[in-house]
Ligand binder design. Structure first.
Ligand SMILES: [Zn+2]
Ligand SMILES: [Zn+2]
Length: 99
């Protein structure tokens, strides 16, 4: 009674790299992909092929755009902070001058 024929499930192997361990399944084609083959967008895995198809259809925004939006948000935050600081400093100066 030795289950020697029962091997460890090797279902999680990259379809493009059989020697590599798959880290996720493409939500579109249901194929297991490794870290190199998978691209995560909003915590969802896409394989190279599906990503190319989705990009061509314009359904997926490029990661560069998201980075640019983030940079703009940070810039806005910094600018508003500087404006607020300047406002308070100006008010402080005004108060001391009035006294
Ligand atoms: Zn796919
Ligand atoms: Zn791979």
């Amino acid at each position: 009674m030795t289950p020697s024929g029962v091997a460890v499930p090797t279902s999680s192997r990259c379809v493009h790299h059989p020697d590599r361990e798959g880290i996720g399944v493409c939500v579109r084609c249901r194929q297991v992909v490794c870290a190199e083959c998978a691209t995560k967008i909003d915590r969802i895995n896409y394989c190279h092929r599906c990503l190319a198809t989705l990009s061509a259809e314009g359904r997926v925004t490029a990661p560069r755009r998201a980075t640019a939006e983030k940079a703009t948000a940070v810039a806005l935050l910094v600018v508003s902070f500087l404006v607020l600081t300047g406002f308070f400093v100006g008010m402080g100066l005004l108060m001391t001058t009035l006294r």
